[in-house]
Write a protein that binds this ligand. Structure first.
Ligand code: IPM
Ligand code: MN
Length: 364
């Protein structure tokens, strides 16, 4: 057995896209001779309805006992029969915290195979290849105090030096495996937390003389992601800026549905597409499963250290897109008719081909 995976389909399009991701994983098991023990758990609105909480104790226990968690999407604020409205998104924040996964990695690339699906001109986005390294356990998403009292609402953006240093180190280490450039995002002209962010990231940059480093204000970055996206390699952000900029950057490659993510740093990796539950298209069988499928690739690479299998999935997705197949969110005029979620899964499985038999025999 090669490892244990907890699958949390969640809400909305989550179960639909994970179904295809699991088919791709099953094909990889078959082709490369692996076996993963897959356990399914409850999370999100679906868990609130059954257990009154978005991250039930049972799911928490499972999550810390496996090697990796594969999540679909959580959303839809629900009102349990007896109790206050609960937002399922809280379950995701709790899960990241439980697993200690402070580094949320969100790669965004526009290879030749994808340029046709981007709403941008091909020559503007061709070759974009960046990764957002988003701090995922701190900042305003977790800061206390927080509340709404007497017509006044408040949240707390809070970062310690240690929190900034560890995520900065993740970004610089990652840059060493890429084009060796880190751009750190802040709002140091206004926020105290960003002043500290700029100071500490600058200090860490000093330990990585081989990496090009720059700080950039978040508002400027929002513009530059559109006007000159190829300049970026590793974007280092706090929790909220990374959340916002990753949705924005997704458009470069055509759709939020394309993007995978990994949350790492703790013992159990958490892998999920960047998109949400997409209630408007849930249940219609038209959601794009590519983000979920590529999240499986990230899981194989980062948790199970199977880069060949991970690359095989990336290549298969690239081949399918190159051949002009696209789900409705990616639909570019003039090509084929859009394919369904399940058809996209089938195409990717078909494109996996067979690994070199000789290589497989060598291994066994
Ligand atoms: C994301 C989502 C979550 C986040 C929400 C659902 C808590 O928007 O993964 O980007 O903000 O991290
Ligand atoms: Mn988000």
């Amino acid at each position: 057995m090669d490892g244990r995976i907890l699958v949390l389909p969640g809400d909305g399009v989550g179960p639909e896209v994970l179904r295809e991701a699991r088919r791709v994983l099953a094909a990889i098991e078959e082709l490369y001779g692996h076996r993963f023990d897959i356990i399914e758990g409850s999370m999100g609105a679906e868990a609130i309805e059954r257990f009154g909480t978005p991250l039930p104790e049972e799911t928490r226990k499972l999550a810390v006992s496996v090697d990796a968690v594969l999540l679909g999407a959580v959303g839809f604020a629900v009102q349990p029969a007896n109790g206050p409205t609960v937002d399922p998104a809280k379950g995701l924040l709790e899960l990241r915290e439980l697993l200690g996964n402070y580094a949320n990695l969100r790669p965004i690339a526009v290879p030749d195979t994808v340029v046709g699906t981007s709403p941008f001109r091909a020559d503007h986005v061709r070759g974009v290849d960046l990764v957002i390294v988003r701090e995922a356990l701190g900042g305003i998403y977790y800061g206390r105090p927080r509340g709404i009292e007497n017509g006044v609402a408040y949240d707390t953006e809070i970062y310690s030096e240690a929190e900034i240093r560890r995520i900065a180190e993740s970004a610089f280490e990652l840059a060493r495996t890429r084009r060796r450039k880190v751009t750190s995002i802040d709002k140091a002209n206004v926020l105290a937390s960003s002043v500290l962010w700029r100071r500490i990231t600058g200090e860490v940059a000093g330990q990585y003389a081989d990496i090009e480093f720059a700080s950039m204000f978040v508002d400027n970055c929002a513009m530059q992601l559109i006007s000159n996206p190829r300049q970026f390699d590793v974007l280092l952000t706090n929790n909220m800026f990374g959340d916002i900029l990753s949705d924005e950057a997704a458009v470069l490659c055509g759709s939020l549905g394309m993007l995978p993510s990994a949350s790492v740093g703790g013992d159990v990796g958490l892998y999920e597409p960047v998109h949400g539950t997409a209630p408007d298209i849930a249940g219609k069988g038209i959601a794009n499963p590519v983000g979920a499928i590529l999240s499986v690739a990230m899981m194989l690479d980062l948790t199970f250290e199977l880069p060949e299998e991970a690359n095989a999935i990336g290549d298969a997705v690239a081949r399918v897109l190159r051949d002009g197949y696209a789900t409705a969110d990616l639909w570019a005029a003039g090509g084929r008719a859009p394919v369904s979620t399940a058809e996209m899964g089938t195409l990717v499985v078909g494109a996996l081909g067979t690994p070199k038999r000789a290589k497989r025999e060598q291994r066994c």
